[in-house]
Write a protein that binds this ligand. Structure first.
Ligand SMILES: Nc1nc2c(c(=O)[nH]1)N[C@H]1C(S)=C(S)[C@@H](COP(=O)(O)OP(=O)(O)OC[C@H]3O[C@@H](n4cnc5c(N)ncnc54)[C@H](O)[C@@H]3O)O[C@H]1N2
Ligand code: MOO
Length: 425
C-alpha cells in the first residue's frame, strides 16, 4: 500500500510531531467514556467470590445493622433520669448482659445492669455509663453527676437500615464492601460477569523469557506489565503471546482475539514506522475511533472496535504502556465491567525539583512524594523521563500531571500529583 492509498497516513495528524489534531486528554477520555457501556451478563456468586467484582444490582438491606440498640462501652446500663444533677447517686445492679445475650425483664427507676460492649440494651435503659466512671460495691453502683442521658448507646440500624439501598449497582466490592455484605448475612450477590480481555505484544524484536537474545532483540516486558495490571483489575485475561511485525499474522491474531474477548489490548506497532500495522489492521477489520492523544508518554494510543470487541492499541514503549493503561485503558475496562469510575485522585503539592515540560500536551511524569525538612509534602522527579525507562515507574509513587499548556516548571511551583496507591483495596 502506498502512502497516498492509506487513509491513516494521509491524515496530516499522522505526520507531524506537533499535532494540532491529537486529542487533548480530557476529550479523549470523554470519547472513550461515552462509547463504552457495561457488558451484558450477570451472575450470582457467593459473597467472598464477589471480592473485586462489580455489583450488577443494588443491594437492599433486609435487616437493621446493628439489629438492636446496644452498648458502645463496657459499663452499666441505666435510665437517663437516674443520673444525678449534682453529687452522686447509688443504683442497684440487677443483672449482667453480655454481647450475644439478652436480659429478661426491664429496668425500674434506681436499677442498673452490668453491660458489655455490643450487648443489647435492656428494656427500660437508655444510657450507658462506662465502668471506669463508677464505684461498685456488691450490688451497689455509685455514679457521679456529669454523665449525659442517652450516651454510649448505638441505635439499631445506625450502620445499615432495613429497606435501605446500602450498595449501588456499579459498586466494586472491596474490603469495606465485602464486610458490609457479610454484615447483612448475604450468601450470594449479583455481579457482572468477568470481563474477557485478550492481550498480546507486537514486534519482531521481542523475545520471551527463557530464550536467548540475538543482536537487536529485547525481552518483552509489556505483556508482563499488562498481565499484572489485568490481574489487579480482576479481568479474565488471555495472554496471546508475541506476534511478529507481519501484517497477515497480526490480522489473524486481531480477528482471533476479537472473536472471544470483550476487549483486546496490544502494544507496539501503533506509530508511523514502516512496521506499524496496528491502525491499518484495525481499520480493515473494524474501525479506529482515534489514535493520537496530546500526552506524553503515550501519544499514539489507537482506540476502536473490531466486531463486538473494543480495541486498545497501546504504544510499544514500556512507560507509555503504563501511562495509557492508568489514564485510559483501566478506567475504560472498569466502565465495561459496570463501574462509572471517577477521575484519579489528584492533589496539589510543591515540586522540590525543576521539571522540563513542552507545551501542547499533558505530561505524566513520575514522581516521589516525601516530607521536606519543614514537614511539608513535596514531590521530586524520579529523574530521566524517557518512555523506555520502566524503572522511572518502579521508583515512583505518583504521577506528576503537568497540564497541556504548561512549559518548564520551576522548583517550588505547585503541581498536581496522582498517587499510585490508595489506602484500601
Ligand atoms: N517518526 C515518529 N516516530 C515515533 C513517533 C512519531 O510520532 N513519529 N512516536 C514515538 C512515540 S511517542 C512512541 S510511544 C513510539 C510508539 O511506537 P509504536 O507503538 O509503533 O511502538 P514500537 O515502535 O513497536 O516500539 C516502540 C519501542 O518500544 C519497544 N517495545 C515494543 N514492544 C515492547 C514490549 N512488548 N516490551 C518491551 N519493549 C517493547 C520497542 O522495541 C521500541 O523500542 O513511537 C515513537 N516513534
Ligand atoms: O508518547 Mo511516546 O508514548 O512518548 O513514548
Amino acid at each position: 500500500m502506498t502512502e497516498s492509498d492509506n487513509p491513516i497516513q494521509d491524515d496530516p495528524s499522522c505526520r507531524s510531531d506537533h499535532d494540532p489534531q491529537s486529542l487533548p486528554v480530557s476529550a479523549a477520555w470523554e470519547r472513550i467514556r461515552t462509547d463504552l457501556a457495561p457488558v451484558a451478563g450477570v451472575e450470582r456468586v457467593s459473597t467472598r467470590l464477589a471480592l473485586g467484582r462489580v455489583l450488577a444490582e443494588p443491594v437492599t438491606s433486609d435487616i437493621d445493622v446493628p439489629a438492636h440498640d446496644n452498648a458502645a462501652m463496657d459499663g452499666y446500663a441505666l435510665r437517663g433520669g437516674d443520673i444525678p444533677s449534682e453529687g452522686s447517686a447509688t443504683l442497684r445492679c440487677i443483672g449482667t448482659v453480655m454481647a450475644g445475650h439478652t436480659l429478661d425483664g426491664s429496668l425500674q427507676a434506681g436499677d442498673c445492669v452490668r453491660i458489655m460492649t455490643g450487648a443489647p440494651m435492656p428494656a427500660g435503659a437508655d444510657t450507658v455509663v462506662m465502668q471506669e466512671n463508677v464505684r461498685r460495691d456488691a450490688d451497689q453502683v455509685v455514679i457521679a453527676a456529669g454523665e449525659t442521658a442517652g450516651q454510649n448507646v448505638r441505635p439499631a440500624g445506625e450502620d445499615l437500615r432495613r429497606g435501605e439501598t446500602v450498595l449501588a449497582a456499579g459498586q466494586r466490592i472491596g474490603t469495606a464492601e465485602l464486610g458490609m455484605l457479610g454484615s447483612l448475612g448475604l450468601v450470594e450477590v449479583p455481579v457482572y460477569r468477568r470481563l474477557r480481555v485478550a492481550f498480546f505484544s507486537t514486534g519482531d524484536e521481542l523475545r520471551t523469557a527463557g530464550s536467548s537474545l540475538d543482536p537487536g532483540q529485547i525481552y518483552d516486558s509489556n505483556r508482563y506489565t499488562l498481565y499484572a495490571a489485568l490481574q489487579a483489575l480482576g479481568a479474565e485475561a488471555t495472554d496471546m503471546g508475541v506476534i511478529a511485525d507481519d501484517p497477515d499474522a497480526m490480522e489473524q491474531a486481531f480477528a482471533d482475539a476479537a472473536s472471544f474477548a470483550d476487549a483486546v489490548i496490544t502494544s507496539g506497532g501503533v506509530s508511523v514506522g514502516e512496521a506499524d500495522f496496528v491502525k491499518d489492521i484495525m481499520n480493515r477489520l473494524g474501525q479506529v475511533g482515534f489514535w493520537k492523544i496530546a500526552m506524553r508518554p503515550g501519544r499514539p494510543l489507537a482506540f476502536g472496535t473490531i466486531g463486538n470487541a473494543r480495541f486498545f492499541g497501546l504504544p510499544g514503549n514500556p512507560v507509555s504502556v503504563v501511562a495509557t493503561w492508568y489514564q485510559f485503558v483501566q478506567p475504560a475496562l472498569r466502565r465495561m465491567m459496570g463501574e462509572d469510575p471517577e477521575p484519579p485522585t489528584t492533589f496539589r503539592v510543591r515540586t522540590a525539583t525543576a521539571l522540563r515540560k513542552r507545551p501542547g500536551r499533558t505530561e505524566f511524569q513520575r514522581g516521589i512524594l516525601r516530607r521536606d525538612d519543614a514537614g511539608e509534602l513535596v514531590v521530586t522527579t524520579t529523574g530521566s523521563q524517557g518512555s523506555g525507562i520502566l524503572r522511572s515507574v518502579s521508583l515512583a509513587d505518583c504521577f506528576i500531571v503537568l497540564p497541556h499548556d504548561s512549559g518548564d516548571v520551576a522548583a517550588g511551583t505547585m503541581v498536581d500529583v496522582q498517587p499510585f496507591h490508595g489506602v484500601m483495596g
